[in-house]
Structures are given as structure tokens and as C-alpha cells.
Design a protein around this ligand. Sequence first.
Ligand code: 13P
Length: 248
Amino acid sequence: MEPRKLAAGNWKMNGDLAALGQIDALLAGAGDAACDVLICPPATLIHPMVARVGSADLLVGGQDCHAKDAGAHTGDISARQLRDIGASHVILGHSERRADHGETDADVAAKAGAAQAAGLIAIICVGETEDQRDQGRTLEVIAEQLAGSLPQGATAAYTVLAYEPVWAIGTGRTPTVAQIAEVHALLRDKLTARLDDGAQVTLLYGGSVKPANAAEIFAIPNVDGALVGGASLKAEDFAPIISALAAA
Ligand code: 13P
């Protein structure tokens, strides 16, 4: 069985209630069952977005969760709470959270374990900095992040991996096809070695994915979709990316 294809939008800290109109445009324009489509809006918009989507085929997710189910953790949201309001996925270990909030691989693994237990699909992010790439350490860094961030008992049904080179996020720069292929092959090898169903884990590429480069990226072996930041904010940009994935 092939991994499921996924076009995922990460709205980051962007969007207000008025931005939900993009969902209507996306539902009208996309509607292709050949791949899953997910939007991870800021926490304030998750429930209104779920309500707006109704029974249509668009998934909604969170951008982070706490490792515990409940308790004295002011400002945090648990995986169970995300599931309760209709989220299907949660992004974990995004490089912005690793940088802004000091999240470690162990933190990410604990959160991913909580997500899995709550019935949420964890989108675990890994990626090297520009310095690490320049030092020739990319594969070592990715292998270490993957080994430390994957929770015990991970399965393909509840795990998505996103390769997001830090230097490609929001910069308009993307790795070469060969560079993406090399990292995704490593991810597939490691996942297959560690999980019985590692061959079925969906692997996303993220970092300056646009309508203009989507088809080329989706043609790379072991790329099963994308985690899209800026270009997911407007339906007119995200819809052609979804179509490119559906056609790949
Ligand atoms: P951009 O698509 O804006 O480069 O962001 C990528 C990203 O960080 C998605 O999680």
C-alpha cells in the first residue's frame, strides 16, 4: 500500500475569523479525493474552521499540543482537547517551536505519544539549519532528530514526517531535487527499519513550496505531499498545490 498523499497548510500565527472565507474558496476549487487536504490554523480558528468545513472533505489540525492530557499548564492545549474540537492532526516539533520555545526531540516524542493516544495524527517536523548543511552534517542531524522525536509505538496510521530545512522556510529558497531526494530516502530507510509499516508513513517536504515548484517537488521519490506555510494562506495559491499533488 502506498503512503497517503497529504497537502497540509500551516497558517502559523496568521489569520482571523475573516480568513475562514479561504476555506469556502478551497472547498469550491479543490474537492479532489486523490489526496488528503489539511489546514492547521492558529488555535483560535480550529473550532470555527471545523464548523465551517461541516461534512466537506477538508481536515483541520493544530500546530502544537501539550504532552499531558490536562492539568495546571497555563496557555497550553492538550492533544485530547484538540481531538475534542474536531482536529485530526497536530504539527509537532516545527523548527519555529524548537527555536522559539526550546523544544527538544524528547519533548516532541512525548507530545507525539500523547497525540497518538488521543487519536490525532502527529506531523513530526525535522530539518537542518544552513550551518549544519554547510558543515555536511544534514543526514546526521536528520537521523538524530528522527530517532529522538518518534514516539514509542509509532504507526503509519498516526505518524507523518515533514522534512523542513530551516533555511528554506519563508525564504523562497528550496533545496535541489537531489537534496530533497537524499533526505527523504534516509527518512524512508530509517522508518522502515524502525516500524513494521514504515513504508506507509506519509513523508512531506516543507519550505517555500509554491504553485510554481510543487509539481517538481511532488515528482521526487518518497515525497508524498507538502507542509506549506505562506502559500497555504490564500486559496488561490494553495489550490494549485493541491491539484499538483493530486496529479502526481
Ligand atoms: P513556507 O512555506 O512559508 O516556507 O513555510 C514552510 C513551513 O514552515 C510550513 O510548516
